[in-house]
Design a protein around this ligand. Structure first.
Ligand code: ZN
Length: 216
């Protein structure tokens, strides 16, 4: 009838004998490891660990918190930050924060400027008379509204069953040239935001005439 012992006697560690002889290394068989999944931030497109080096950390964090709260905790929870700060002096951390804020302000200003530029940009649909019966229509300025000119040319060519291409005009700027007079139709498409022709305020679009000079 033995009393139960509160503690069991310590067991000898299994690896005790091997621990001393480090000269003998036996490599464990290598198992193919599945490739680690890297998560990319949808805001700045960097892997999540690198968001802080981008210029949109605040937005990155908002997005991550919303979409992947578990990952947000991994990177930005109090615990995660404490671990990280542990490796940096507070001063260095403050400096990093300041730099990040500066970068963000700069990026915001840039975005503002881009928006202003967009609002001020003019799209010109030019009806060009080549001969008495032949016209082409040149559209200029769409790229300011983030429209892919090649895709737009393709869409227009398909719509009007005619030729359309992206060329440089006399000023060296890209424009789309469509065979035929389709300026009114293109105006309508821009107004409706048809296909890739999206995002152009119609107030910014004008149709101009380029008649052949009769001084021949
Ligand atoms: Zn990011």
């Amino acid at each position: 009838m033995g009393k139960k012992r509160a503690q069991s006697p310590p067991r000898p560690a299994v690896a005790e004998g091997d621990g001393a002889s480090t000269s003998q290394t036996v490599e464990p068989p290598k198992e193919p490891r599945p490739p680690q999944k890297v998560f990319y931030c949808e805001v700045c497109s960097f892997p999540l660990e690198y968001c802080e080096f981008g210029s949109s950390l605040t937005k990155c964090k908002e997005w991550l918190k919303e979409e992947h709260p578990d990952l947000y905790d991994k990177y930005y929870s109090e615990e995660a930050l404490t671990t990280k700060i542990g490796t940096l002096s507070l001063e260095a951390q403050a400096k990093l924060d300041k730099e990040a804020a500066k970068k963000e302000a700069k990026a915001d200003a840039k975005a503002d400027a881009a928006l202003k530029k967009k609002l001020a940009s003019q799209v010109t649909i030019k009806r060009i008379e080549r001969t008495k019966r032949k016209h082409v229509t040149a559209i200029h300025g769409l790229e300011a509204f983030s429209i892919d000119l090649k895709k737009a040319a393709k869409q227009l060519a398909g719509r009007f069953a005619t030729g359309a291409s992206v060329t440089k005009n006399a000023q060296g700027l890209d424009e789309i040239v469509v065979q035929g007079d389709v300026s009114d139709e293109i105006f309508d498409m821009l107004e409706k935001g048809d296909g890739v022709l999206k995002g152009v305020p119609i107030a910014n679009v004008e149709i101009v005439e380029d008649k052949k000079k009769k001084a021949e």
